[in-house]
Design a protein around this ligand. Structure first.
Ligand SMILES: C[S@@+](CC[C@H](N)C(=O)[O-])C[C@H]1O[C@@H](n2cnc3c(N)ncnc32)[C@H](O)[C@@H]1O
Length: 233
């Protein structure tokens, strides 16, 4: 039997892990991965955070995530994300970093982004990678232009693969424009962009507690004051 903890694989979601890990704050106390799947990203977050919560609604994924992260400071929670926030399973303002990859389109996206934001400590960071679909002529042009790069990277990784039993859903994938609009409405000041690997990335820094305009940005957020795009490292 393969040791799932060491079983690495590549796909268009995994392609975003390095960028997400780089977005973590230095000295990250607590990190949350929403819709963690088999826990591959949580395993990577655990190398940089004191404590990681990996949440997934699928019992099968929770089992795989527990297996993969056994022995690490990772708590795997099997729950629907919005219910977990509503019921206080995930305490508000308690995470230094919140991320989610390819899971937002499984949920009602605007409340889900707002719920993720509500879990962040003031001044801490959110990085969400998600799926969107081409619906306009410009979308298709961009997709066509990106195709050689997407294909080349996939080939360089020997093709894409993933864990067995991963729940997928293609019913509610937004257009690129809809996903951007949702992100900017849910998280004013967020940075949204398309990545080269068929995803968008939302990056946002939670504001401090003081009223906007009256608060001095903390040292860790020198480049970001309220209303400006968040600074991600
Ligand atoms: C396409 S998979 C992506 C998994 C993983 N983040 C990755 O990048 O490989 C989407 C994941 O979101 C989980 N999910 C779907 N709806 C959810 C919900 N309401 N709350 C928590 N997790 C959910 C699914 O069980 C699944 O593991």
């Amino acid at each position: 039997m393969t040791d799932s903890r060491n079983h690495d694989y590549w796909n268009h979601n995994v392609a975003h892990h390095a960028r997400i890990v780089r977005a973590m704050p230095p000295h990250c106390r607590s990190a949350l991965d929403v819709g963690c799947g088999d826990g591959l990203l949580a395993q990577k977050l655990a190398a940089r955070a004191t404590w990681v919560v990996a949440l997934d609604a699928s019992p099968e994924m929770a089992v795989q995530a527990r297996r993969r992260t056994a022995g690490l400071d990772v708590e795997v929670v099997e729950a629907d994300f919005l219910a977990a926030v509503r019921d206080g399973v995930l305490p508000r303002h308690s995470f230094s970093f919140v991320t989610s990859v390819a899971a937002l389109h499984h949920m009602d996206p605007e409340p889900a982004l707002q719920a993720m934001a509500s879990l962040l400590e003031p001044g801490s960071r959110l990085a969400v990678a998600g799926l969107a679909m081409s619906r306009s002529a410009l979308d298709w042009l961009i997709a066509a232009a990106q195709l050689p790069v997407v294909h080349g990277i996939r080939l360089a990784h020997g093709g894409k693969s993933g864990p067995d039993g991963m729940p997928v859903s293609f019913d509610a994938i937004p257009s690129w424009a809809q996903s951007k609009q949702t992100a900017l409405e849910a998280l004013p000041g967020a940075r949204w962009h398309r990545t080269l690997q068929l995803r968008y990335l939302i990056e946002w820094t939670a504001p401090g507690r003081a009223p906007i305009g009256l608060r001095q940005a903390p040292a860790a957020r020198t480049a970001h004051t309220a209303g400006e795009p968040p600074a991600m490292h």
